[in-house]
Write a protein that binds this ligand. Structure first.
Ligand code: PEP
Length: 251
């Protein structure tokens, strides 16, 4: 069966010392707890190795927030999937709306990133989601379907079954405006139906689909209680243990 997952996305926050401190505090808070979900923290590149060292990686998975679309070579400033994997990280967030919008990551670029992540045994947490105008003009289903098709639907069933999806309506990210539990469930059920049509029921049923967008301690329980919402990708509320723990414990 698919896993419940609560994944933090620290974005470009916390210097190295602060990040290690946060990771250690989370590790401490999780000690001795039996959880109903997997916990992941998505850190900046430079934190990965230290955070993987500082936590019990059986309890806390470590994720990069990006990786290069090239294998290796003369790409100044880039970080490859192989490098990410060599830090002890097991996941990589790909296709986040901030990367699509600010760094012009196209579906084709993302397709390459996904392939390289899989080649290096990283689990992609692949983000999809519509902007406000697309929802208001009722194009949100079409947009999300085409984001999935364009970057993921050439994967073999075996490779696709290694993907985690995160539905993140762009209008809800960092805005304090969460999708309602009904809106989240409606889209997650649509995504799962899209996966059934392409890869069949078994793979679709086993794919974790996370919700992201201003999820917090106050709304996580209601969001996660939906049958097709398998957890959350959490930005702002993952930056302190006080705010992140209640979301983990909402499962
Ligand atoms: C995110 O960036 O993935 C996110 C969901 O951010 P926030 O929780 O802050 O809206």
């Amino acid at each position: 069966m698919r896993k419940n997952i609560v994944a933090g996305n620290w974005k470009m926050n916390k210097n190295l010392q602060e990040g290690i401190q946060l990771a250690k505090e989370l590790n401490e808070a999780l000690k001795g707890k039996s959880l109903n979900c997997d916990v992941i923290v998505g850190t900046p590149f430079i934190h990965l190795a230290s955070v993987a060292e500082a936590v019990d990686t059986n309890k806390i998975g470590v994720a990069a927030q990006n990786c290069a679309d090239k294998e290796s070579g003369a790409y100044t400033g880039e970080v490859s999937s192989e490098m990410v994997a060599s830090t002890g990280a097991k996941y990589v967030i790909l296709g986040h709306s901030e990367r699509r919008a600010y760094y012009h990551e196209t579906p084709e670029i993302l397709k390459e990133k996904v392939l390289l992540a899989l080649k290096n045994d990283l689990t992609p947490i692949f983000c999809i989601g519509e902007v406000l105008e697309e929802r208001e003009s009722e194009k949100h289903f079409e947009v999300v379907k085409s984001q999935i098709e364009a970057s993921l639907f050439e994967l073999s069933p075996e490779d696709f079954s290694k993907i985690v999806l995160a539905y993140e309506p762009v209008w809800a990210i960092g805005t304090g405006k969460t999708a309602s539990p009904e809106q989240a469930q409606e889209m997650h059920a649509f995504i799962r139906k899209t996966l059934v049509e392409k890869y069949g029921k078994e793979i679709a049923d086993n794919t974790s689909i996370l919700y992201g967008g201003s999820a917090n301690a106050g709304n996580a329980k209601e969001l996660f209680s939906n049958p097709d919402v398998d957890g959350g990708l959490i930005g702002g509320a993952s930056l302190s243990v006080d705010k992140f723990m209640p979301i983990i414990e909402a499962f």
